[in-house]
Design a protein around this ligand. Structure first.
Ligand code: RP5
Length: 169
């Protein structure tokens, strides 16, 4: 059996700069991934073929990013029973609210775990994929927990500096 990996699908090459934080987080935790440009509307057959093939080859989490009438994540969710994370992209005059609603409003029984619009959402998509993999990977779980502890310490240190600056120490 091949090594488990995450598949990142995006509806257009123009989505890549927004999706990049998800890629960065997966790289940070040494999680194998594939990135693919494929569209629910422009290349529907290619999307179906890729998703089915990726699942067969060991994909355990799908991340799907799309803008406007964003049906990519929902399409993937309809094809597999692996977790699907949807990233709504801001790509038109509605600034991503269109994509958010398209991605999040799935019918019962076919969920898409929808994150925030844009780069903040992409970053959390990377973390969520990592946390899903960490359920069966204690080393990965410890790396994620360790980063959380480091962040909490940095946050407390920043608060202490602010207290000093304001003479409230
Ligand atoms: C969506 O339409 C894509 O995911 C992208 O966010 C948006 C615009 O695509 P391009 O016209 O830039 O290719 O399907």
């Amino acid at each position: 059996m091949s090594k488990p990996f995450v598949a990142i699908l995006m509806g257009s090459v123009s989505d890549l700069p927004t999706v990049q934080p998800a890629v960065d987080i997966l790289r940070q935790f040494d999680i194998p991934f594939e990135a693919k440009v494929t569209s629910a509307h422009r290349t529907p057959e290619r999307t179906h073929e890729y998703v089915r093939d990726a699942e067969r080859r060991g994909c355990v989490v799908f991340i799907a990013a799309a803008g406007m009438a964003a049906h990519l994540a929902g399409t993937v969710a309809g094809l597999v029973v692996k977790p699907v994370i949807g990233i709504p992209i801001s790509a038109g005059p509605l600034q991503g609210v269109d994509a958010l609603l398209s991605t999040v409003q799935m019918p019962g029984g076919v969920p898409v775990a929808t994150v925030a619009i844009g780069k903040a959402g992409a970053k959390n998509a990377g973390y969520l994929a990592a946390q899903i993999l960490a359920v069966s990977d204690p080393n990965l779980a410890e790396r994620i927990a360790s980063e959380r502890r480091d962040n909490a310490e940095a946050f407390a240190a920043a608060d202490a500096r602010l207290m000093d600056q304001l003479g409230q120490g």
